[in-house]
Design a protein around this ligand. Structure first.
Ligand SMILES: [Zn+2]
Length: 479
């Protein structure tokens, strides 16, 4: 145990190491990280202080975090013995520890979920799972703050929230094993606030040099489309992480969302493609649509992938980026692909969903889920004479019930959808189709909408009721 006087003197030592500005923030969080890096971005040096009692131990999300950890030390300089985690039980109240992490290369020894370090010419992106040693669970009433001290003119992007103190970020209480990333160094960074959501866009350099301003403008436009078609994104922070140099014919061949801290859109782009191709592509519309649902278990991917696959065309039709006829035709094409795949493989939707993350086909999963979203949307509108819709269910769910810091199951979310609507619709639909090898029956929905599938195309009826139902989905509802 350290004496109070020694602790105090070491507090001063930490302050001397740090900038005077940082020391001024005495109103420490429960866990307060001070992170520094040199110009070469080869390692991160972290000082972590606990306001009161330290947690039992610190863990990191990546299995390779122990490999990248260069060491951890007590305030006295005495090394801490590591054993797959950093033990912190028994530290005196207000103690600090110190550790260093190698970020010079993407270690891949035990963790096969992809590289955890990405280096461009002048910037480094690091998975927080590699360096951010933290308590396994952050209790709701505990604050975690992180301050960075980087070389002058280096930029920083994180999925964490800004606080009133400049340079101090707050880490939301999402589970430690939800992946997230930071970016350090010279890269293009743009922040924008759209309808109350703070977007932090980082674009790494590449060869050829991407037109970062044009790409950021494109993201801003996509955000505006989705927000005006679906309502406010229910997160206060969204990080957008753009990596150029993808080799593909499409402008955005790989895209996904991670949820650690705040949601992050990861976009691997081919910057050689013309900007118009980015504007014509639905990928970012799809990814942004994911943000209208909380994190849902991958076992239920049919729900969130179906949801985003449905809205990727609905949103773009509502914004006039494709004609309603083309949007219907694209949906029908997707349903056909999903239904053929289900027939050919003979798997239930649940089985197909489980196999998808092992690299197996995913059309049944995406389009089976999207088919259920369309069936539900049509039923909601028809049963309620237009006063309910999938849009409204989502908006009400996000207002009342969305917990952003835990994983949900499809059943939990859909049960609340039914409660909000006041009639069992979503859960019976799920129960009807998830455990069978049968693509959702679209006949009633198509009949109500006046859609007739013809070879490679869709015919739309002239019937006024059918047309108005179609319009309620593909046009922005009057506010
Ligand atoms: Zn998706």
């Amino acid at each position: 145990m350290l004496s109070a006087a020694l602790k105090k003197s070491q507090g001063v030592k930490f302050c001397l190491i740090w900038l005077g500005l940082m020391c001024a923030i005495d109103a420490r969080a429960d866990y307060h990280y001070r992170v520094s890096a040199e110009l070469d971005l080869k390692k991160l040096t972290v000082d972590l202080c606990f306001k009161g009692q330290a947690p039992e131990k610190l863990v990191a999300e990546s299995l390779d975090a122990s490999v990248a950890l260069l060491g951890a030390w007590h305030e006295s300089g005495e090394p801490i013995t590591l054993s797959g985690f950093i033990p912190t039980a028994g530290l005196p109240e207000g103690a600090c520890i110190h550790y260093q992490v190698d970020i010079s290369r993407g270690v891949q020894r035990h963790d096969m979920t992809g590289p955890k370090v990405y280096k461009s010419i002048a910037a480094t992106a690091v998975s927080n799972g590699l360096w951010f040693w933290r308590p396994e669970i952050i209790p709701q009433n505990r604050q975690v703050f992180v301050e960075f001290k980087l070389p002058a003119d280096y930029s920083l992007s994180t999925p964490w929230s800004l606080t009133e103190s400049e340079g101090v970020l707050e880490v939301p209480a999402t589970p430690f094993d939800w992946p997230s990333w930071i970016v350090l160094g010279h890269f293009f960074k743009k922040e924008m606030i759209v309808n109350g959501t703070h977007f932090d866009i980082s674009i790494l350099d590449g060869s050829p040099t991407p037109d970062a301003e044009a790409l950021a403008e494109w993201i801003g436009q996509e955000v505006a489309y989705v927000q005006s078609a679906l309502g406010e994104i229910p997160f206060s922070n969204v990080q957008v992480f753009i990596l150029p140099n993808a080799r593909a014919r499409q402008p955005v061949p790989v895209a996904y969302v991670t949820r650690g801290g705040s949601p992050t859109l990861h976009l691997m782009i081919n910057q050689r493609r013309d900007m118009q191709e980015f504007y014509d592509d639905w990928t970012v519309t799809h990814e942004l649509s994911h943000l209208f649902l909380p994190f849902i278990s991958p076992d239920d991917a049919w729900f969130y992938e179906g949801f985003a696959s449905y809205y990727q065309y609905v949103v773009r039709a509502r914004k006039g980026l494709l004609s309603p006829k083309k949007a219907w035709s694209n949906l029908l094409y997707g349903f056909r692909r999903g239904s053929r795949e289900a027939e050919a493989r003979g798997l239930t939707l649940r089985e197909a969903t489980q196999k998808m993350y092992q690299g197996e086909p995913f059309m049944q999963v995406y389009w089976g889920g999207a088919a259920m979203m369309l069936i539900a949307d049509v039923q909601l509108i028809k049963q309620s004479n237009g006063s309910w819709s999938l849009d409204r269910v989502i908006q009400e769910f996000n207002l009342c019930c969305m917990d952003r810091t835990r994983a949900w199951t499809a059943l939990e979310v859909l049960s609340i959808f039914d409660e909000l609507y006041g009639y069992p619709l979503f859960v019976p639909l799920m129960n009807r189709y998830v455990n069978v090898n049968e693509f959702p029956d679209m006949d009633d929905a198509f009949q109500s909408l006046g859609l007739v599938a013809s070879e490679g195309d869709v015919m739309l009826s002239d019937d006024a009721d059918q047309r108005s139902l179609r319009d309620l989905i593909m046009f922005i509802p009057s506010q």
